[in-house]
Ligand binder design. Structure first.
Ligand SMILES: [Zn+2]
Length: 434
């Protein structure tokens, strides 16, 4: 059986009844399996129930099919970025599309077995959605507190699952509201909750079993630091420790805000872990993530959301020292379904922008009077359309129309002793002119 041990004073506690901080000093509680890894039968995270603190004493464990996500060997990507062995742990395959589902399964199982009827959750978005899914399945109600900046897809998902969604100004305000809710019939939940971390540990157990060893390097996106802390704790249960590299967003722009909280809840603990394992924190910016989305999609077929590729973006710039290491990057979520982000990631429009009014008129003239030379077009523009542009500008427009494939050269003609190039409309031009 596992225990909850304080990250500050080291004192260990039985997991039940439920506690969210050390009763002695108020430190974070981490789930510790004193007997290492015990693998049972079945699928998903609950085959590790012998090593988990959340395993409900009598009640049934809750599941929506979380865990058992693929560890994908990314050989094409690795050779493109100069690494020998790179694996992606693809957590986007979980029921609501993020690793958080593993922790939601363990937390809601624990809360349900202790008779809690209501969860109150402060979240940047994903945690509210994931807990909402599992709580509803267990017949437990949810109240979510999320910042106004939460994207609409997740805000509405949370709304469907929750009795009530409080929109507040910032994540800090969400946490502050949560801290005023006392544990009674309701269980207040923030991202550092030990029963959540308990489920996250199974990611590492799965990696370890599949590789048959510890990875040399584990790259993990960081919000409040809960995932990184849980994976480190799981590695310690198995008496190993890869180098941990934490990834943060370089700004709190909409695409990055999940990995850029102003004051990460578990920051100090994460810093200790990084020092202990010889790792470090690095930052990623939007453009780099958008490029990595394309790179990963085109080399491995995985279409992940921006935060989901943060660890892989970091892998692309590991130096020579890491060339021969066995590296695992955790893709925390996805798949990418937001059309605005997809458009940015594609880097080019699906449909070409409409032609401007002058080019549209030039095209009409070429369609109706072609083959025609540019000087002829210029005269018609002036005389019939009252468009007065310089010849030079006209040439520029026609060059662009030719480059974009609307018009093409159709021979030459001697006009009053001067050789002029004639243009006609292409099929694309005919279509665009209507
Ligand atoms: Zn303590």
């Amino acid at each position: 059986m596992a225990k909850l041990c304080c990250s500050r004073c080291g004192r260990c506690w039985d997991p039940y009844p439920i506690k969210t901080r050390c009763m002695e000093c108020g430190g974070f509680l981490l789930p510790v399996s004193e007997e290492g890894l015990r693998i049972g039968r079945g699928r998903g995270i609950w085959r590790f129930s012998g090593s988990l603190a959340s395993t409900p004493p009598k009640a049934e464990a809750l599941t929506l099919g979380e865990g058992d996500t693929p560890l994908i060997k990314a050989s094409r990507l690795a050779s493109r970025i100069g690494l020998r062995e790179l694996f992606v742990k693809d957590e986007s395959r979980n029921p609501t599309g993020t690793f958080i589902d593993r922790g939601a399964a363990t937390l809601v199982s624990a809360a349900g077995s202790q008779g809690y009827r209501r969860l109150v959750v402060a979240s940047l978005g994903d945690l509210a959605v994931s807990l909402g899914a599992y709580a509803n399945r267990a017949g437990i109600s949810v109240r979510s507190i999320v910042p106004r900046s939460t994207d609409l897809v997740r805000a509405y998902q949370a709304l469907i699952y929750s009795d009530r969604v409080d929109l507040v100004e910032s994540y800090a305000e969400a946490l502050s509201r949560l801290s005023k809710i006392s544990m009674g019939a309701s269980l207040p939940v923030d991202s550092s909750n030990p029963y959540l971390l308990d489920g996250y540990k199974t990611i590492y157990y799965e990696i370890y079993i599949e590789l048959g060893r510890h990875p040399d390097v584990l790259i993990v996106p960081m919000g409040d630091g809960a995932l990184l802390t849980a994976l480190w704790r799981a590695a310690r249960d198995l008496e190993g420790s890869p180098i941990f590299i934490g990834v943060r967003g370089c700004t709190d722009s909409p695409l990055l805000k999940d990995i850029a909280p102003a004051k990460p809840l578990m920051r100090e603990l994460v810093e200790e872990i990084l020092v202990e394992t010889g790792g470090y924190v690095t930052e990623v910016c939007e453009n780099e993530l958008l490029e990595t989305i394309r790179l990963v999609a085109r080399s491995e077929g995985l279409l992940l959301e921006p935060v989901g590729v943060a660890a892989l973006a970091t892998a692309t710039r590991l130096g020579e020292d890491f060339r021969d290491k066995l590296i695992v990057a955790v893709a925390t979520g996805g798949p990418l379904r937001d059309s605005a982000v997809l458009r940015m990631a594609a880097g080019r429009p699906l449909v070409e922008e409409a032609l401007g009014p002058t080019k549209q008129r030039i095209l009409e003239i070429v369609v109706s009077r072609g083959p025609i030379h540019p000087y002829g077009v210029w005269r018609v523009l002036r005389e019939s359309y009252r468009v007065d542009i310089s010849l030079r500008t006209l040439y520029q427009h026609m060059r662009e129309l030719e480059e974009k494939g609307y018009i093409r050269r159709a021979g030459r003609r001697n006009v009053n002793g001067r050789i002029r190039v004639l243009y006609e409309a292409s099929e694309k031009g005919l279509e665009a002119a209507g």
